[in-house]
Design a protein around this ligand. Structure first.
Ligand SMILES: [Zn+2]
Length: 415
């Protein structure tokens, strides 16, 4: 099926990464940076060239497009989604991608900053890339494979299906979003216009990997009210809220329940911001767990710790405000097992070893799942993301395209 097809994902990728699309967590506009639309406009143009007439960008910078069904069967509408923005951890301006053909396992020294060296010993996944063609940045910036790999792969899927119309599949929706990296990627998605039944984000790492789980997440805002007095006449009166806050932070567990001490399926309580004066001090926490009841346990634990500390300062008081942030998408995906089952099968048909993984964070997919579009995350080949050592192989990108082609056929076959 793929033997006489020339994959275009890598060529597209090499072009897309040169367009600066960094999002900005400080911005209050949407999209957070106008420059994200520079890439979105190109994507619309290219989709139209491929023959997808309804491709367009809306006022918010979302790209919507439809690949028409090629079957008489009634097949659920599948959406493939990727984000155009890159993270603010590392510069995304003047990205100069370099293609290293036929990688041999040697260190790759990046030319624009020779201290940036990609080593097989530090990135063992490189072992699987020997003989493959690897793309890196030049050392001064990130590469942007997160998630321009996903974007390029979906574009190539569209190109493949448009030029191989004998392949049977239902209607397919394409969605490219801005601002995923700042957690706002789905804020203005028009679900009705999108009109999809199930979705896949193309925003994962290692080939063959599939993610159906994210953290469940809450935020806790703790406001401590002290008692203020003139410091010269404060004896027996003043209660310093900042000192209570210090107490609480010091009393938090150190070797468990922290991001620094946990991995795998364990969650945590993590203070992310402190702000205050003697009269009033606020601490913001993020609470993470794969099980939603586990969040509640952690919130109760933290609350008890706060109460015990405050008991030492009876004149002080506190407010404890829990806000839901997002939920583990598995809660939704378990109700729609076909989404994950068919993806597993597609990965196997692409000749890859399937690897189930869970994401220690949230994704657009977890939010979309709870907005009515059950969504799993497929591998895109991204490695060492948000860093100057980011890399991806051309072969992994092509495998992601193959996997999607199998996936849309499986949905058709089983409908
Ligand atoms: Zn991403």
């Amino acid at each position: 099926m793929f033997s006489d097809y020339t994959f275009t994902a890598a060529d597209r990728f090499l072009r897309y990464v040169q367009i600066d699309t960094q999002s900005d967590p400080q911005s209050s506009s949407f999209p957070s940076t106008e420059k994200q639309k520079d890439l979105s406009r190109i994507l619309v143009e290219e989709l139209r060239q491929i023959g997808i007439a309804d491709a367009h960008m809306d006022e918010w910078g979302y790209v919507y497009a439809t690949i028409a069904s090629t079957t008489d069967k009634k097949v659920p509408v599948i959406c493939f989604c990727a984000h155009v923005d890159t993270a603010s951890d590392c510069s995304g301006t003047n990205v100069k991608p370099i293609l290293h053909k036929n990688y041999r396992g040697d260190d790759i020294v990046l030319p624009d900053d020779k201290t940036q060296v990609l080593k097989l010993t530090e990135y063992p996944y490189l072992e699987k890339q020997i003989g493959n063609d690897i793309i890196t940045a030049s050392g001064a910036t990130l590469l942007g494979s997160d998630d321009k790999a996903g974007v390029a792969e979906i574009m190539d899927l569209a190109n493949f299906l448009q030029s191989n119309k004998e392949i049977r599949h239902g209607e397919i929706k394409i969605l490219f979003t801005p601002d995923e990296e700042i957690g706002k990627g789905v804020a203005h998605v028009d679900m009705k216009k999108l009109g999809a039944d199930y979705g896949y984000t193309l925003d994962g790492g290692e080939k063959g990997s599939l993610e159906d789980e994210t953290f469940s997440a809450d935020g806790v805002q703790l406001i401590i009210h002290g008692v203020i007095a003139h410091p010269g006449y404060a004896k027996g009166k003043m209660i310093n809220a900042m000192k209570i806050a210090g107490h609480i932070l010091d009393a938090l567990p150190k070797d468990r329940l922290t991001p620094e001490s946990t991995e795998g399926k364990r969650g945590f309580i993590h203070p992310v911001r402190v702000e205050g004066v003697a009269e009033k001090c606020e601490i913001d926490f993020i609470i993470r767990d794969f099980e939603t009841p586990g969040l509640k346990k952690k919130e109760d634990f933290l609350r008890t710790l706060v109460e015990e500390t405050l008991r030492l300062h009876p004149k002080a008081s506190f407010e404890y405000i829990v806000t839901e942030q997002y939920r583990n998408m598995k809660e939704v995906l378990d109700l729609h097992p076909r989404v994950v089952d068919y993806a597993k099968e597609a990965i196997e048909r692409a000749g890859l070893e399937m690897k189930m993984e869970s994401i220690r964070g949230g994704t657009d997919g977890s939010r979309l799942s709870f907005m009515g579009l059950p969504c799993a995350n497929l591998f895109a080949g991204e490695q060492a993301i948000h860093s100057k050592l980011e890399f991806i192989s051309v072969q992994d990108m092509n495998k992601a395209v193959e996997t999607m082609v199998h996936l849309v056929q499986i949905w058709e076959e089983k409908s």
